[in-house]
Design a protein around this ligand. Sequence first.
Ligand code: EPU
Length: 418
Amino acid sequence: MEKLIINGGNKLYGEVDISGAKNAAVAIIPAAIMASDKKCIIDNIPDIEDVHCLERILKSLGCNVIKEKNTIEIDSTNLTNTNACTEDVRRMRASYYFIGALLGRFGKARVDLPGGCPIGVRPIDQHIKGFEALGADVVIEHGAVIIKADKLVGTKIFFDVVSVGATINVMLAATLAEGVTVLENVAKEPHVVDVANFLNSMGANVKGAGTDVIKIFGVKKLKGCNYSVIPDQIEAGTYMIATSACGGEVTIKNIIPKHLESMSAKLMETGVKIIPNGDSIKVISSGNLKGVNVKTLPYPGFPTDIQQPMTALLCVAKGRSIVNESIWENRFKHVDELKKMGAAVKVEGKTAIVDGVQKLTGAVVKATDLRAGAAMVIAALMAFGTSEVEGIEHIDRGYPHIEDKFKMLGADIKRVKK
Ligand code: EPU
């Protein structure tokens, strides 16, 4: 077990490179097994535990996998195994993409139900509704999804809720269905577009990703390709918020400014200066911020995945801020930890009422999930005194080398064995 020791109070200065997007990579890697001809070579893969977990799942299925720095080579041409039932599958959320990928390629799969961050009920009914509409039979037995189809046939599917996972998963299977599939009320996140672009590089014919309607013209087979994952908008947002909260001047490199617009707009409302410049963005902050109201929404709205870091920042912003979490019903576990540092936050259902305090003070706190972990690191970086952040295995699932990146910006942070 490891933890982070952080001496707060340093302003942040310098440059930070943003890695490839976790939520794109964790879909693209399972999608790569749909290539029955030639291997996939995928670049800008983030060095995070969720990716390591997927590598192990690919190997357990029988794929040849070579990982070198930020590039992963996946050769699944000889793949025949359609059973993904391991501890790693049960541990992470994105393993559900093996259902769509295996169903598309082989017409069948047995995949253990996924795990992931404890941020609320996380059903997969919309994924199943989509697979069934394509012609698959689905049963859930002994904790696994068992799915089978004589053939998949394109159809029109209207999702009841906007779901990133269901949009991507059904899109995967539909690329190899017969005829045309129309997906309506879909998620428009940049990673949905990235997965569609990856599928098209493999020979699929997917149109409209990034809008409310995705049209998929089924093809007979997919082949390997070379691809590079988009930058992580949430990692970028995390460093933007940290700089805003601590004060300082940081250039955040290797990003797509368009993907950060809702976060940039909100941070500017708090009084921070944001200057986009090509594929980087400069954040300049005095550290004296004013409170704002935030409501999380599907893209292009303010991302739920940045709500927890933003709540940490608002703890020291002047006045009252109201944070409304509209995607997940249990994403305020970080609030109890923030209170240990002197924050004045009250949670009522899906709303947090934050009254800004002069300063936070260092404490022993816990990362209860991935983004709660980022919130704790930010709170500790701006707090007076020393903090210990425990539960950092959650942080390692989604943030590559977080302590090294913050150290480069002048933070006093180190990882130690517990
Ligand atoms: N939902 C359903 N039925 C479904 C699927 C979703 O009711 O079949 C509901 C959920 O309960 C939730 C809403 O729809 O209220 C949105 O869920 P979505 O399916 O979009 O979430 P997800 O695919 O499980 C991904 C990310 C999450 C991120 C959400 C929302 C991955 C692996 N995970 O989850 O990322 O919060 O989209 O943007 O892509 C994170 O990175 O920290 C993280 C939790």
